[in-house]
Design a protein around this ligand. Structure first.
Ligand SMILES: Cc1cc2nc3c(=O)[nH]c(=O)nc-3n(C[C@H](O)[C@H](O)[C@H](O)COP(=O)(O)OP(=O)(O)OC[C@H]3O[C@@H](n4cnc5c(N)ncnc54)[C@H](O)[C@@H]3O)c2cc1C
Length: 404
């Protein structure tokens, strides 16, 4: 039994010609490149995924050549226009393959951070074509390190006992310790945006953000992690054995750190939601197509009311998650006072609804859902990551609640 694709991108009334064109490009790339490559990578070992002959590299090259990282497309646009392009493209990337989409997008983190901090000197070094990563969580400190206002725990929890510290020594900074095994792109990244404890020599507690080339002496990586979902994105633990960087690679000190981290989560939360809307949409389309060809009880299961109710439930959750994520992205575009609870609401809602939608698709496929013959088991493994990545939904909700 084969399931045919039923749709293109969502039908939109208010897109400009440019927006429509880039959405169509992203959809074509997602269908023709990400889907097939994502399946191949999903079935490889983590070592094969990042080997020189892996299809990962050609897929990434095409992503950059098509301008889907939006670096060029965004030039000269207003923040709202950039937000609109971003949500259109990222939904398609999520629809194509969540691991590839997240990994490609996250790769530009160091260059984007240099730009956001107004550091033109560092933008020359940490360029968008270099694969980057974000190292914040540590083996013993996950949620604690995302808690930017320390509303859930005292600073000591992620403070003096933290697994990674950057120590100021004159015009150099020495980095010692490690980041968690969940650093996305960790095994292939050339650069890291490192968020960790900062020791300025005075003994005052605090955190800082640093840009760190990962080819420096003293940087070590674990083998890529074997994991359940988003297997096309490669993660590794990264160890720093007294790695030295120039002090100028520090982009944020303790005073501004909470605001920086808050800003990153405010951007990342709806961003994550829109990728997951893409996954949910993919599962919905597969389930709808399957329901129309799978015959039980003498007719296609689509004719059974119980299945129709499930399909509509999936449909409305996708609409709600998409509308909320887009609203948050546009509301916060260029907004100097973003509201964290609004951002968290998009991520918590989007990841929860996406998980429910894919889970319902699993039900509709019945026993076939568990086989590699159909895409649902992979989508379920991928979407499962959404409620934990970039802060668990519980922790984000508690942090948001503290600000209400
Ligand atoms: C797909 C994926 C990609 C990721 N990418 C990156 C990355 O690029 N860089 C990076 O640094 N990290 C990354 N992470 C790590 C991610 O940010 C953490 O997994 C997440 O923040 C949770 O931290 P933890 O795993 O240490 O869990 P813990 O913090 O140990 O939490 C365990 C459980 O306890 C709960 N909990 C924790 N604290 C509290 C509290 N105060 N009150 C109530 N409940 C609490 C949590 O909700 C959770 O259920 C990624 C994770 C995933 C799954």
């Amino acid at each position: 039994m084969s399931v045919t694709e039923v749709s293109g991108p969502p039908v939109e009334a208010d897109l400009s010609d440019e927006e429509r064109a880039i959405q169509a490009t992203a959809h074509r790339y997602a269908r023709e490149v990400m889907r097939p490559v994502g399946i191949v990578l999903d079935r490889m070992t983590p070592e094969q995924v990042i080997a020189p002959d892996s299809p990962y590299w050609a897929a990434r090259r095409q992503y950059l050549e098509l301008g889907l990282d939006l670096t060029d497309a965004a030039r000269g646009l207003s923040p709202v226009e950039v937000a609109r392009l971003t949500y259109l493209v990222h939904e398609e990337l999520g629809w194509g393959d969540l691991g590839l989409g997240w990994g490609f997008y996250g790769a530009s983190f160091p260059s984007a951070l240099a730009q956001a901090m107004g550091r033109a000197d560092l933008e020359q070094i940490f360029t968008p074509d270099r694969i980057g990563c974000w190292g914040i969580t540590e083996p013993d400190h996950g949620s604690d390190l995302l808690d930017f206002e320390r509303s859930l725990s005292p600073i000591e929890h992620g403070g003096k006992h933290s697994s990674c510290v950057a120590i100021r020594r004159g015009e150099r900074i020495v980095i010692r310790g490690q980041k968690s095994a969940w650093v996305s792109n960790g095994s292939i990244a050339k650069d890291m945006s490192l968020f960790c404890r900062y020791d300025d020599g005075t003994g005052a507690p605090g955190f800082g953000a640093f840009l760190v080339p990962l080819d420096l002496p003293g940087v070590r990586r674990s083998p890529p992690v074997r994991k359940m979902g988003v297997r096309s994105m490669s993660d590794s633990e990264i160890f720093f054995d007294d790695v030295e960087i120039p002090a100028s690679y520090m982009v944020c000190g303790p005073k501004e750190y909470p605001a920086l981290l808050r800003g990153i989560l405010v951007g990342a939360n709806p961003g994550m939601a829109i990728f997951l809307v893409g996954v949910a949409r993919a599962a919905f389309e597969h389930a709808l197509a399957y329901a129309k060809i799978r015959v039980q009880g003498g007719k296609p299961i689509f004719e059974h009311q119980a299945i129709r109710l499930k399909l509509f439930d999936m449909y409305r959750k996708i609409q709600a998650a998409r509308a909320l994520a887009r609203h948050v992205m546009v509301t916060h575009a260029g907004n100097p006072s973003p509201y964290f609870p609004l951002a968290a609401s998009a991520k918590v809602t989007g990841s929860q609804f996406a998980l429910e939608v894919v889970s319902t698709a699993f039900e509709i496929f019945g026993g076939y859902a568990k086989t590699e013959e159909y895409p649902i088991e992979k989508l379920l493994r991928d979407v499962r990551m959404g409620t934990v990545a970039d802060g668990t939904n519980d922790v984000l909700s508690l942090m948001a609640a503290a600000q209400l």
